[in-house]
Design a protein around this ligand. Structure first.
Ligand SMILES: [Zn+2]
Length: 238
């Protein structure tokens, strides 16, 4: 890849996250609202990295009790038994029940941990100013974002499993404290995805690219150093 494309921010333009319209703030630094859909505008989401880290750490902390504490308490004539998610997976594993067991394993353990790890990877690479694998990283973010929309499936699967077990006679199932932490993991990862600004992935490539942007460092507003010199790289957009 040679010559990073100039970003909207370098030209003092900001894109609306809701409708995609590019607009120039009316009064310099003041970011204002989108002229088309009135959504609040910002060059980059404010404190994106800090907020994403905060939600992600909260999710990672809740992930521990979600897996250690029982999510279901099954009461039968023989007595009550509490099971964690993993114990539930093992319990369900049988010649007929393995598909359900697999679904619970994927939805409850693999997807949440994969989301947390993927977001941590994105945060660390953005903070290090990595310019590698940008296309893969943005794809990874979109995938995490897409899965996030279906996150409630995790909770649904657990409830569904409970309902299935309940079908057996003389048995009752109650949610355990693990389920609360489990829901918290889902909510915190969704908030983390929302707080992350994917444009940050591209910022490092445009700030490190030596060829075209040297005379145009960082923000479009920082040109006071050479006010007389006509900037050859300035592209004039209507
Ligand atoms: Zn808009």
């Amino acid at each position: 890849m040679s010559g990073a494309a100039p970003t909207a921010m370098q030209h003092g333009l900001q894109s609306c996250e809701t409708c995609g319209l590019l607009s120039r703030p009316a009064a310099g630094e003041v970011e204002g609202r989108c002229p088309r859909c009135a959504e609040e505008l910002s060059f980059r989401k404010h404190d994106s990295l800090q907020r994403t880290w905060a939600y992600l750490i909260a999710a990672a902390i809740c992930y521990i009790p979600a897996n250690v504490l029982p999510v279901l308490t099954t009461t039968t004539a023989a007595g009550a038994e509490s099971d964690t998610i993993m114990q539930g997976v093992v319990l369900l594993w049988s010649p007929t029940g393995w598909p359900l067991s697999l679904i619970v394993l994927i939805a409850s353990i693999m997807i949440p941990s994969a989301k947390i790890l993927a977001l941590m990877y994105l945060l660390i690479t953005v903070q290090r100013g990595s310019v590698h694998n940008n296309a893969q990283r943005i794809r990874m973010y979109r995938m995490v974002e897409f899965i996030g929309r279906w996150s409630m499936v995790d909770v649904f699967v657990d409830t569904f499993t409970a309902a299935l077990i309940q079908l057996q006679p003389l048995m009752s199932v109650e949610p355990g404290p693990g389920l609360f932490f489990f829901a918290a993991v889902v909510v915190f990862t969704m908030l983390a995805v929302e707080a992350f600004d994917p444009r940050l992935i591209w910022d490092s490539i445009s700030s490190k690219e030596p060829s075209s942007d040297e005379a145009n460092p960082g923000e479009a507003n920082s040109n006071e150093a050479n006010p007389n010199e006509a900037n050859p790289n300035e592209v004039s957009y209507a």
